[in-house]
Design a binder for this molecule. Sequence first.
Ligand SMILES: Cc1cc2nc3c(=O)[nH]c(=O)nc-3n(C[C@H](O)[C@H](O)[C@H](O)COP(=O)(O)OP(=O)(O)OC[C@H]3O[C@@H](n4cnc5c(N)ncnc54)[C@H](O)[C@@H]3O)c2cc1C
Length: 408
Amino acid sequence: MDFAFDARTEELRTKLLAFMDEHVHPAEKIADEQRALLASPWDTPQVVEDLKAEARKQGLWNLFLPDAEYGAGLTNLQYAPLAEITGRSPQLAPTALNCAAPDTGNMEVLFQFGTEEQKKQWLEPLLAGEIRSAFAMTEPEVASSDATNIETRIVRDGEDYVINGRKWYISGAMNPDCRIFIVMGKTATADGPDGADIRRQQSMILVPRDTPGLDVRRAMQVYGYEDHYHGGHAEVVFTDVRVPASNLIGEEGGGFAIAQARLGPGRIHHCMRLIGMAERAIELMCRRAVSRTAFGKPLAQQGVVQNWIADARVTVEQLRLLVLKTAWLMDTVGNRGAHTEIQAIKIATPRAVVDILDRAVQLHGAGGVSQDFPLAELWAAARTLRLADGPDEVHQRSLARREIKRYV
Ligand SMILES: Cc1cc2nc3c(=O)[nH]c(=O)nc-3n(C[C@H](O)[C@H](O)[C@H](O)COP(=O)(O)OP(=O)(O)OC[C@H]3O[C@@H](n4cnc5c(N)ncnc54)[C@H](O)[C@@H]3O)c2cc1C
C-alpha cells in the first residue's frame, strides 16, 4: 500500500498551500471589514471576487468535479487532500476555488442529469462562478431526514409545473447571487390516481430566483450565527410558482434517486474540509499552549493539555485514512460500492471534529467562545454537520442494517 500522493496532487497541494498563505488567510480579516460596509450583509465582499479571479488564473478552479471537460478532472483521491486544505478557511477558500456547497452538489446534479439546455443555462454560469445556487428539500413541518415525508407539491398544469410548499435551512439562498434553486417536491402521491411507490413520488425541478411566488422569507440562524459567508440558510416559501415543464431534472419520480447520487460526493467533501478545520484547531491549540502561562508554567506543560493535543492528532490521522480510503473506493468501485464507508466517515468525522474544536475552545478560555478566534464559528459549523446531509442516527441506522443483514 502506497500512502504517497501522486505527482499531480503534490503539485496542486503546493500551489494551493501557497494560495492559502498569500491570498486566503490575509483576506479573512479584509472580508469581515468589507462586509461591515456593504449595503446588505448577504452581498459578496469584493475580496471574495478577487480571490476567485486569482484562483481561476492559477488553475485552482472547479477541483471537485471529476469530469475533465467541465471540471478539473481530478479523482476523489486527488481532490481529498486539496479539499482538506480549503477546510482551514471554510468561509473563504471553498468559495474562492468554486468548490463550495451547495453549488458543488447542484453542479454535479446538472452535469449528471441535466439536459443540454439546462446545462447551458445554469451549469455553465455556475462553473464560471458567475452565479450561486441552492438546494431546497428540507421542510419545517415534516421530519425531512426521511425524504419520503416531503410535502411540497409540484403539479403538472399544461406545459408548466406549479409548485407550492415551504422550505427552511436552504443554504446559500440569502445571497442575491443565488440565481437558481433545485427544488425537491412531490409530483405524485400514494393515494393519487397513479398510486406511486413511496420512492417514486418525488421529483426535482429548477426554479429561477426571480420566478413570481418564490419568497426568500428570512435567514435561519445556526447557534446564533447568520453564516453570511455561505449565503445563510433561508426559509423559502413557494406559492403557485409556475415554471416550464422543461425545468424538470431527469424524469418525474426520479428525485429520490438523484438526491442519493447528489449526497455521496457532498458528504465526503464535508468530511475532507472538516479534517482541515481540525488541523487548524490543533495549530491554534499548540500556539496558545506555548504562549500562555497559568499557575507558574505554560499551558503546554500541563498533562491534560498534552493529552488533548495528542488525542486530537491521533483522531485526525485516523479520520484522514478513512476519508482517503472512501475516496479511493468511490474512484474504483463507484459511490454505491463505497456506501458503507461514505456513511462511516459522515458519522465519524463531524462528531470527532466537534470534540477537537471543543477542546480547542476550552484551551483558549473566554477567547475560545469569542469573535477574536475562529474556533466558536468553526465549532458551530462542524456541529451542524451532524444534522445536515442526514443526521448521524439516520446513517447509523442504515449502516447497521446492512451490517446485520449479513447474518440473517
Ligand atoms: C446548517 C444547515 C444547513 C442545511 N442546508 C440545507 C440545504 O441547503 N438544503 C436542504 O434541503 N436542507 C438543508 N439542511 C437541513 C438538513 O438536511 C436537515 O436538518 C436534516 O436532513 C434533518 O432533517 P430535520 O431537520 O427535518 O430533522 P428530523 O427529520 O425531524 O430529525 C430530527 C432528529 O430525529 C432523529 N432521527 C431521525 N430519523 C431517525 C432514525 N431513523 N433513527 C434514529 N433517530 C432518527 C435524529 O436525531 C434527527 O436529528 C441544513 C441544515 C443545517 C443545520
